[in-house]
Ligand binder design. Structure first.
Ligand SMILES: Nc1ncnc2c1ncn2[C@@H]1O[C@H](COP(=O)(O)OP(=O)(O)OP(=O)(O)O)[C@@H](O)[C@H]1O
Ligand SMILES: [Mg+2]
Length: 271
């Protein structure tokens, strides 16, 4: 049953822990939203989603799942450690063997703290490529089943799917617009906050592959790299966020010592 709120203070929000950003969006993203994280290659999409979930696990005892379709779990962890995320501070659970899924779910159910779960879809793919599911390439159902099981048998608050673009390559969508509609419905109905990473084309002509993801999502976080006099600047913009009074301006995005910071105006580039 849907809980209807009677005043805006009752809308629960997920902080992004990006300094300067939560402050201009009523302290965070409404819980249960489906958020598109869009940007061209190398704009720190994965790092941002990782950072939001890491901080939620560390500071708010949340259980999160990072579905990695592009990077193996060790490549993702190497990247995170290089970004100064101390993985020993959070209960990190890696799923790269489908036969161990039951035990991992039991482990999460028994856990008294937050949990950072990484599902290495590439490893699972190699493992079950000769099975029926491998043939059909029905990876969205593998993902949905893992989410359902965590939600029903343990606990689950936030997921990241990295990336939608890789999912399109792995799954053969016959009617992409309709199938995407059902995928977004699934994420909304299951009651977790989800971050769907979308690799934008280099000409930045659209946020996502089929164009429908934009309006199907509850929010869009856009990451950009701009060259100014040979100096490259990173930016972040909340393009939309349903049920949120949000500042739509573009902020300069900094990352240092394991922390993202959004600054209005930002530092002028060196010329
Ligand atoms: N310690 C660090 N501090 C700041 N930036 C870093 C650090 N380590 C890596 N980076 C930057 O992070 C960028 C990659 O981040 P990330 O993988 O999150 O981007 P992405 O948008 O997900 O990329 P892709 O398109 O490959 O998926 C690299 O281009 C690198 O410049
Ligand atoms: Mg990435």
């Amino acid at each position: 049953m849907v809980n209807i709120v009677s005043n805006k203070e009752q809308i629960k929000r997920i902080r992004t822990y990006v300094e300067g950003l939560d402050e201009v969006m009523q302290n965070g993203i409404p819980e249960g939203s489906v958020i598109l994280v869009a940007g061209t290659s190398g704009t720190m999409k994965s790092s941002l989603a990782f950072s939001i979930m890491y901080n939620q696990v560390l500071h708010e005892n949340k259980t999160t799942i990072y579905f990695s379709l592009e990077q193996s779990y060790w490549s993702l962890i190497n990247h995170a450690v290089n970004l100064d995320f101390d993985m020993s501070q959070v209960n990190t659970v890696i799923i790269h063997d489908i036969n161990k899924l039951d035990n991992k779910i039991k482990e999460i159910r028994a856990s008294q703290t937050g949990n950072f779960v990484i599902v290495d879809l590439g490893a699972l793919r190699k493992q079950i490529k000769d099975t029926k599911i491998g043939e059909q390439g029905d990876w969205i159902n593998v993902i949905k089943n893992i989410i359902r099981r965590f939600k029903e048998e343990a606990t689950l608050d936030i997921i990241t799917l990295d990336s939608l673009s890789a999912l399109y390559i792995l799954s053969r969508f016959e009617n992409p617009r309709l199938e995407l509609f059902h995928i977004f419905e699934f994420f909304r109905d299951i009651g977790v906050t989800s971050f769907l990473i979308s690799e934008m084309p280099l000409d930045k002509s659209r946020f996502s592959e089929y164009g429908v993801e934009d309006y199907l999502s509850d929010g869009i976080i856009y990451l950009e790299r701009t060259d100014q006099y040979r100096k490259v600047i990173r930016s972040i913009q909340i393009v939309k966020m349903r049920a949120t009074d949000v500042d739509l301006d573009m902020y300069t995005l900094y990352f240092s010592n394991g922390k993202f910071k959004a600054m209005y105006g930002g530092k002028a580039p060196l010329v």
